[in-house]
Ligand binder design. Sequence first.
Ligand code: HSE
Length: 334
Amino acid sequence: LAQGLRVGILGATGAVGTEILAILAERSFPVAELRLLASPRSAGQTLSFGETVLPVQAVSEETLKGLDLILASAGASVSRQWLPIAIQGGAIAIDNSSAYRMEPNVPLVVPEVNPEDLKTHQGIIANPNCTTILMTVALWPLHQVRPIRRIVAATYQSASGAGAKAMQELKDQALDILKGQPPRTEVFPYPLAFNLFPHNSPLNDQGYCQEEMKMVNETRKIFHAPELRLTATCVRVPVLRAHSEALNVEFFEPFPLQEARDRLQQAAGVQFVEDWQRNYFPMPLEATGKDPVLVGRLRQDISEPNALELWLCGDQIRKGAALNAVQIAESLIA
Ligand code: HSE
């Protein structure tokens, strides 16, 4: 890609689309022309890009024409419909949906982990699922020096993972409950305020939800480790924004604690947060709006000599989605 690009954001009005817009402006991404694309329903709205106010246009063959780069943050069916047309016209597409992630000829990239996979793209590059991005950023610096044998993950996922309307519903539910009224449940099937859901999407025949299977399959692809053993429980919690994860990580050999701490303290994309005196470790409120994945509460697993336990929090709309996509785009023009 050359400098000064014609860039399209597909799904521009959503939570991830608006974050992409903000990050492109913040990082002075070399944009020659920016087209904000969305469904016909959202067309006609306006959004700010730095000082400039831009109209949202309905996505069509016409509005995709001539783009160099398209950052897609709509659903999988929208990506399947429009990205082939965009790349036919010469664009490179970075897709945040699950549409193409597991296709063998589509690289699935976390720039801190597998940037070399970008070279293999044939027009589409997939952005991994948010929980996968946060976990791989934290575990790659360890896996690089002592390969991981097995991961047992539990996630604590905020309402924003289910979209902007879900965040509003959580706030409304809290007020309703405090007023003694029945809480509104339109986005979520049950009240999330003062509660949690033990899975964050419908379960398959084996009792796993989609998010859990995404963590398993996508991590294996990103790490080029098809044999990696991984199981996860993905929980929706009444946090507004930023996801947390508790990770039990077993290696083939013991991983000295100080060495693991050193690796994490030096790792790209990680901020190591531990203050034992203040009993202060990563929390989602602190991760909100931040670029790095906050990692801490690192300890030896007392039940297994080859395993470590750690905790992380990351803004899943930023590093877990929009920022990762923009970093991929930056790598393409570097
Ligand atoms: N699948 C994620 C969730 C969305 O439901 O939390 C990623 O932000």
